[in-house]
Design a protein. Structure first.
Length: 106
């Protein structure tokens, strides 16, 4: 898939994954990469930016298999932003799909 396509939806996918459950970085990277194949080095700067925006908050949690892990949790502001982004994505993708379908009928 084209890199620009991935960049366009990566933030939305990351926010959706975190909205479903609090999650630590490595597990988040695995889940996101199952959906959008990106380099894990792309996700961590995005997490930092989203957290700086106030859409995520972090906390440390002790792991039973090693050192404490940093978990990400979506904030109320993040949930509002995610809802807005999802509405915009659905409108955009619907418009594009309609355009493609109309082209096939011509």
């Amino acid at each position: 898939m084209d890199t620009q396509f991935k960049k366009g939806v990566l933030e939305l996918v990351v926010m959706e994954v975190v909205s479903r459950q609090d999650i630590y970085g490595y597990e988040l990277v695995k889940q996101v990469c199952d959906i959008v194949h990106v380099n894990e080095g792309t996700i961590y700067p995005l997490l930092k930016r989203i957290t700086n925006e106030g859409w995520f908050e972090t906390y440390m949690k002790q792991s039973s298999t090693g050192p404490s892990r940093k978990y990400y949790r979506i904030t109320d502001t993040g949930s509002e932003q995610l809802a807005k982004m999802k509405r915009e994505w659905l409108e955009f993708s619907e418009s594009i799909n309609t355009f493609f379908k109309e082209g096939n009928n011509a």
